[in-house]
Design a protein around this ligand. Structure first.
Ligand code: AHR
Length: 656
């Protein structure tokens, strides 16, 4: 079959005036399947930053439910006779409160919780209240649990829903009931109000969840946020950080063993983001570990992503601390990694951590394949610690893939030192991070084209475009990310996974931006960056197809007019998918020359992501200002295609 017979040239608008712009000819070899694109290619990275977990994805609405914050009543307003006690039923969370009727009969005793920047209540929704309680001196205690709108105006009563709980056992027991909410409130609170005739009552682990959590789990996730993750179709799920893995000091590193088992007995951990920025200081930022490793593994399974846990290598955040675990005392840290593999994959009859998993409700293994050791580490202190981890994991679990790190920078001294070290250690993948400005992204279109194909593969574990001086989620940042991702896609033989970061931010509680998804207590919106990730993940294809212009990758080079492009074949759908990004301020035309079986030009699915202004962004008030727009178009042989200025376009062609 002659090559020219199957050269297709297409145009979006056949008669489009393109001024002096030349038509760019993209050669796509649709008859030459390249690398198989891994399932893990586009994923998500979750960290408890910006109130992403407690106050965010984790469905719990009560802050400091176990009275374990260093100031034990932080988040609570107590009134009347409330005393803190510390000999409760849960060893690792020993504090609780004792409520007694005031001596003056007319005075109230109770507690009011402020939630995280308030509690968001939805009109007509059911809330599951639970508490551990006992009457220490016998008798009968009665109290009300109330959903409150503290800002109530006019005639409306303060409580939007309430229930009465009666306690008459001297033994600790869990009490649970449902409270319906009458109205929508963005900044509600929650109140416990003791009856005037009540006996003293002890209360511990005071908890309130929406009943309608993601997949209906009791210790569940906020539904709209978890669904947003599912809709990203991630292939891999990296958790739980980021810097929270390291801790500001080793003591506050994320310790997965504390995050499993009954929620009532998971000890509190200080969130390292509490101490990061004095201009964004949140002194009440702690980790309840209610969203722990079991929940992360479950979520991976539910959204169809490979779990990728990250563990401490024994170095606290090197930006903040020199608190390092001595190399000859690393064994407990290494054991954490070995035990985690058992927790995820082991036989409950043989291993105590596998039994913990089974007892929590998941006897089947989670089928863990990857583990990352260390986050943004650097210097000789990193490889010297990583080495014994690699040796012991390899010896016991040769099939687990180990991920090392290239440090916090995309290039430079730390990066140059670490890559050879990672090669020496023969890790499977190296985690690279790049939060960079638009200039960096503009010139990074060939980053992986000439990477060595020997040794470890690349995990682009954290990246985002931070527009100079304007670190927020404007469209332009997302456009540069889309451009950069053509490079990831083209080089899927070396870049095996990539995860944008960070994922979530509470509009009132952020420390770091831009982020993929923003939320307040009742609403959320997806950013343009979110949609870029989604467009790549849902159009990932199965094989890379070579796409060049004048024999070179289309990577925004000097003679390429700000164009970036890549192509894949989807074996299952029998489709050729072409991604084109125009980062220039001018419309550009292009022509696809394809070698291979003819494509159906009569039914091309074209999706574009573009904005009316480079600084335009989505927001809570206007969540869908910029969203992908899809249409089915029909073309003829010989048509040119046009891509508007500053646009990301995905074209999907069926085989004839
Ligand atoms: O994503 C935010 C932070 O950026 C991560 O915690 C850390 O790994 C990086 O410095």
């Amino acid at each position: 079959m002659g090559l020219l017979k199957y050269i297709a040239s297409l145009t979006l608008v056949a008669s489009v005036a393109i001024g002096n712009a030349q038509t760019h000819v993209f050669d796509v070899k649709t008859n030459k399947l390249g690398t198989e694109i891994p399932q893990t290619m586009y994923g998500i990275f979750f960290e408890d930053i910006n109130y992403g977990a407690d106050g965010g994805l984790y469905g719990e609405l009560i802050k400091n439910r176990s009275f374990e914050f260093p100031q034990n009543l932080m988040g609570w307003m107590s009134f009347g006779d409330v005393k803190l006690q510390d000999d409760g039923p849960f060893e690792r969370c020993p504090h609780y409160v004792r409520l007694s009727v005031c001596k003056e009969a007319s005075k109230w005793t109770g507690l009011q919780n402020e939630g995280y920047f308030g509690i968001g209540y939805l009109k007509g929704a059911d809330y599951r209240f639970s508490v551990w309680a006992r009457v220490p001196n016998g008798g009968t205690a009665q109290f009300k649990a109330q959903l409150i709108d503290p800002s109530t105006m006019g005639e409306r009563q303060q409580y939007l829903g309430e229930t009465t709980i009666t306690v008459n056992s001297k033994e600790w027991k869990k009490y649970e009931c449902t409270i319906k909410c009458a109205d929508l409130v963005e900044k509600g609170s929650f109140r416990i109000l003791l009856d005037h005739s009540s006996s003293p009552v002890d209360l511990e682990h005071i908890s309130l969840f929406p009943k309608d959590t993601y997949k209906g789990d009791d210790n569940g996730l906020r539904k709209d946020l978890a669904e947003a993750l599912e809709q990203l179709h991630p292939g891999v799920f990296r958790f739980p950080g980021g810097c929270v893995v390291e801790g500001a000091e080793l003591e506050s590193r994320y310790q997965w063993k504390n995050s499993v088992g009954p929620v009532e007995n998971r000890p509190l951990n200080e969130n390292r983001w509490l101490h990061s920025f004095d201009n964004r200081l949140f002194p009440d930022y702690f980790q309840s570990y209610g969203l722990g490793f079991y929940e992360y593994f479950r979520l991976s399974e539910e959204i169809g992503a490979e779990p990728l846990p990250v563990l401490s290598v024994g170095l606290a955040c090197q930006y903040q601390s020199k608190n390092h675990q001595p190399v000859d005392q690393l064994q407990p840290y290494i054991d954490d990694a070995l035990d985690l593999i058992e927790f995820a994959n082991g036989d409950p009859a043989q291993n105590k951590w596998a039994k913990v998993r089974a007892d929590m409700g998941h006897p089947a293994p989670f089928n863990l394949k990857y583990i990352a050791i260390g986050n943004e580490q650097w210097g000789p202190e990193f490889p010297v610690r990583l080495k014994p981890f690699v040796e012991q994991i390899r010896a016991k679990y040769p099939n687990i893939q180990i991920i090392g790190s290239a440090g916090p920078d995309s290039e430079g001294e730390k990066y140059d030192y670490l890559w050879p070290e990672m090669r020496k250690l023969k890790v499977d993948l190296v985690d690279e991070h790049f939060y960079r400005n638009e200039a960096w992204f503009r010139q990074a279109g060939n980053r992986y084209d000439n990477y060595s194909r020997k040794g470890p593969k690349v995990f682009a574990g954290e990246y985002a475009c931070h527009i100079d001086g304007k670190k927020w989620n404007q469209f332009q940042a997302a456009l540069f990310e889309a451009a950069f991702m053509t490079n990831l896609e083209r080089n899927a033989d070396i870049v095996r996974m990539a995860t944008y970061a960070p994922l979530f931010a509470h509009v009132e509680g952020w420390q770091w931006r831009p982020d993929a998804i923003w939320f307040n207590n009742t609403q959320k919106f997806n950013t343009c960056s979110y949609y870029v990730q989604q467009l790549y993940a849902t159009n990932k294809g199965t094989h890379v197809l070579p796409l060049t212009m004048k024999g070179k990758p289309v990577a925004g080079n000097a003679d390429q007019d700000g164009l970036f492009a890549s192509a894949v074949y989807d074996k299952n759908q029998q489709m050729v998918i072409v991604k084109v990004v125009n980062t220039s301020d001018k419309e550009q035309s292009f022509l696809l020359q394809q070698q291979g079986k003819p494509l159906d030009l009569g039914k091309v699915e074209v999706t574009t992501l573009r904005a009316d202004h480079p600084e335009a962004e989505n927001s809570l008030d206007n969540p869908t200002r910029i969203v992908p727009v899809s249409a089915v178009k029909s073309y003829k042989m010989g048509d040119d295609l046009a891509i508007p200025a500053n646009t990301f376009m995905v074209l999907k062609f069926h085989r004839k």
